[in-house]
Write a protein that binds this ligand. Structure first.
Ligand SMILES: *Cc1c(COP(=O)(O)O)cnc(C)c1O
Length: 243
């Protein structure tokens, strides 16, 4: 393992955690109300172990085959007091991926249809705890983006909440990219409103998965409980293998 790289990752994590706590306080929230998901897609297993040894336990992956290899390499090698790593699938889901996601991951953030939800539930091994999941909302209405349209969210949430192999924890969104903080906040505020509407209807949700390296502050300002950060921890991303 490369010592300099470990020190770099550990230092970035420490700074980022301090920034997240400070932002939470700045927006009137409890300093520990925002969880950090380290997005390790395209980075090697050695980087994940380094982050683990620096106390990071939650990791996000987007590409199934890459994740399968890395999870096998990492599990058992994280000796951190913080405990075993927790794996979150955050990439686009298709029917041909659900079995592996159901068998390998602790969380799936990109559930956006009942068909996918039902498959994940059926394929979740019975000896495992239910797959924790977020429903992905297409908040900016982009045709190219994954996510359920807001108008269909209520029905999807109610039906998915009844599936035995899943536990619906909240919503995930990736708003249209903009560098304009007010526009970032408006998109996240819209997700938060949907989240609060579902809670008002009786769904027990506790997770708002929103905010990445470039829009972290706006997301925390609007109530994010889980930020997904890759480049802000591991640096610029190499292109995924095979592209
Ligand atoms: C890659 C990715 C991230 C992390 O993005 P960064 O800009 O590297 O912080 C977060 N969420 C999802 C869904 C991603 O695919």
């Amino acid at each position: 393992m490369n010592k300099a790289r470990s020190v770099e990752i550990g230092g970035r994590l420490e700074q980022l955690r301090a920034r997240i706590r400070a932002l939470a306080e700045q927006y009137g929230r409890a300093p520990d109300s925002v969880t950090l998901l380290a997005v390790s897609k395209t980075f090697p297993a050695t980087d994940i172990v380094a982050a683990c040894n620096a106390g990071q336990t939650r990791f996000g992956e987007s590409y199934l085959q890459e994740a399968q290899e890395k999870i096998a390499q990492v599990n058992g090698h994280c000796t951190a007091a913080a405990g075993a790593p927790e794996w979150h699938f955050i990439g686009p889901l298709q029917s041909n991926k659900t079995r592996h996601v159901a068998e390998l991951f602790d969380w799936a953030h990109s559930v956006d249809s009942f068909k996918l939800a039902r498959r994940l539930s059926e394929q979740r091994p019975s000896e495992m705890t239910p797959l924790q999941c977020c429903l992905q909302v297409n908040i900016s209405g982009e045709a190219s983006k994954s996510g359920i349209p807001p108008a269909q969210l209520g029905e999807l949430a109610a039906r998915t909440a009844a599936l035995p192999g899943l536990r619906v924890r909240g919503l995930m969104a990736i708003p249209a990219r903009t560098d304009e903080p007010d526009a970032q906040r408006r998109a996240f505020a819209a997700v938060r409103t949907l989240f609060e509407d579902l809670r008002a209807q009786g769904l027990e949700l506790d997770t708002l998965s929103m905010g990445m390296s470039g829009d972290l502050e706006a997301a925390i300002a609007e109530g994010s409980t889980l930020v997904r950060v890759g480049t802000g921890i591991f640096g610029a991303r190499p292109p995924p293998a095979g592209t």
